[in-house]
Design a protein around this ligand. Structure first.
Ligand SMILES: C[S@@+](CC[C@H](N)C(=O)[O-])C[C@H]1O[C@@H](n2cnc3c(N)ncnc32)[C@H](O)[C@@H]1O
Length: 497
């Protein structure tokens, strides 16, 4: 390489390789670099080839053009470089995921065919090493490629707005790779199963539902956005028992109205609190609202979503009466330098201090249910003083076990040729404790996110009336299978009705 020269930046051009990755009109995002060049000018020389193509320093060059700088320092490489050689100059850098994908595409023929080997220019070992060239492990690269293919399958093209939004969030580390891939796979699975239900030509809805509601004597499930409760009369519900979608955890494949896909946690918490606004109108003065939520990691830290939501609810006039910690035996793996999060929270909100609360049913729990009695659910030596703990340690009635509680439902669904896709169901005991303690036989219970209808079946067994809302018609199908197997629900309760 020659010594540093000074050259008019308008005489330089972006190399074909960089143009393929960053485009020719890319915006200048790195404002720190922008500010420093504005103050001190360009200190580190750009590297260019003999034909004035920029090999390294494209961003500095763009800033120089933007600031109208008349000359920039350059080092001239004696021979033109090929694409893979330019890529190798960047191996030490941390690259955004979208850049890795673009580099992979441009260099793919070289990796695959073993071409491009120039031992006269570069060391032998590095030239064709995919992982070293792109600066990521093969596992990460494979996952990124699967994400790209998944996005194309979902949105038709990698350039579609929705695909680009996901890539942008990955680039800015708002999303992690493995959970994003899982979400995309889940979404594809849900889409495929939705397509398998024939549509009713009259309503345009899946024919299994026929109309917008499923009516049975004791329960109704509306296929409708639960933000709009105009189906329900004022002061008609005694207990709401709900588990909304958590922020950025799962995409239930139900479009615009679904919660949990908001860009920021602040937006999610406000949206969620807004979602419960109409509950105030339909909840009785003596009524209760239970909301189950969990926190998750975003941008290297906990989002505090449950607590932000609780504060928002209190600001909107709800009273936070109780909070119960549900300790899960089957937690979701938590990445990073931290423990695996095994708890979720169940908030108990009320409108007034005159809410109905009755624990007399506890004394009737048969003593052969001692696993619940002594250690896991209840507190108190004898039935006179026993209360539910604020810490429920169980998993779907199978204490200290990892047996998947939805396996039976999945089997039942497959017998009836219904695809089973829901993976976030309540254990029966949660709605059981909430419903028994805050409502009476004949009262109306509501779940705004009824999913596979765990709260519907518990309410039905406990002789309460039930109204539920669910957007995904597949889940309503699965809910009907659960409701057709109430014996199963009965066997999972602390105490039969
Ligand atoms: C965590 S799951 C609830 C699972 C349910 N508790 C059970 O045991 O099966 C959340 C559910 O809310 C539904 N959902 C999301 N947004 C909704 C909305 N705006 N209106 C009604 N349902 C919605 C999703 O389709 C999903 O089934």
């Amino acid at each position: 390489m020659e010594k540093v020269q000074f050259i008019d930046p308008t005489k330089l051009t972006v190399s074909e390789f960089h143009a393929g990755i960053y485009g020719t009109e890319a915006t200048i995002e790195n404002s720190l670099l922008f500010d420093s060049i504005k103050k001190k000018g360009i200190v580190t020389p750009l590297i260019i080839d003999p034909n004035n193509f920029i090999i390294s320093g494209t961003l500095r060059w763009r800033i120089a053009i933007e600031l109208d700088i008349s000359v920039v320092p350059v080092l001239v490489c004696p021979t033109p470089l090929e694409a893979y050689q330019i890529a190798l100059l960047n191996t030490g850098r941390v690259k955004p995921k979208s850049v890795i994908l673009k580099e992979y595409k441009l260099l793919k023929p070289l990796f695959e065919a073993g071409k491009g080997y120039r031992s006269d220019v570069l060391g032998e070992a590095d030239v064709l090493d995919k992982s070293k060239t792109l600066g990521v492990s093969n596992t990460t690269l494979n996952r990124l490629l699967q994400i790209e293919n998944g996005l194309i399958e979902l949105y038709g093209s990698i350039d579609a707005d929705k695909s680009q939004a996901v890539l942008c969030d990955l680039d800015h580390e708002k999303l992690a790779i493995a959970p994003t891939l899982k979400k995309i796979r889940d979404k594809i699975k849900i889409n495929k199963s939705s397509k398998s239900i024939p549509l009713n030509p009259k309503t345009g809805l899946p024919s299994v539902i026929g109309c917008n509601q499923v009516f049975k004597t004791n329960y109704k499930i509306y296929q409708h956005d639960s933000k709009d409760l105009s189906f329900l009369e004022d002061e008609s519900v005694q207990t709401f028992c709900c588990s909304p979608p958590y922020w950025m955890r799962r995409d239930y494949g139900i479009g615009e109205c679904q919660l949990g896909q908001e860009k920021t946690v602040e937006e999610y918490c406000i949206n969620l609190a807004l979602h419960f606004d109409d509950c105030k109108r339909v909840l009785k003065e003596t009524g209760s609202l239970f909301v189950n939520l969990a926190d998750n990691i975003s941008q290297f830290q906990y989002t505090l979503a449950p607590y932000r939501f609780a504060i928002e609810m209190v600001k909107r006039g709800w009273m936070l009466n109780d909070q119960i910690i549900w300790s899960r035996k089957n937690p979701i793996y938590t990445e990073g330098k931290r423990t695996v999060k095994c708890d979720e929270v169940i908030f108990h909100f009320v409108k007034t201090s005159r809410f109905y609360y009755d624990l007399s049913w506890i004394k009737d729990i048969p003593t052969d249910r001692t696993e619940f009695y002594d250690h896991e659910i209840l507190y108190g030596e004898n039935s006179e003083t026993a209360k539910p703990r604020s810490f429920f340690e169980f998993r779907d009635n199978v204490v200290k076990s990892n047996i998947a509680s939805t396996q039976w439902l999945s089997n039942e669904c497959s017998k009836r040729k219904i695809p089973f896709t829901h993976s976030a169901t309540f254990p029966e005991i949660i709605p059981e404790i909430c419903i028994r303690s805050t409502s009476k036989v004949g009262d109306l219970v509501c779940d705004l996110f009824s999913g596979t209808a765990v709260s519907a079946s518990v309410s039905t067994v406990l002789k309460r009336r039930f109204v539920g809302f669910e957007l995904n018609p597949n889940y309503i199908e699965q809910a009907l299978v659960r409701l057709d197997n109430l014996e199963r629900t009965k066997s999972n309760l602390l105490l039969c009705a």
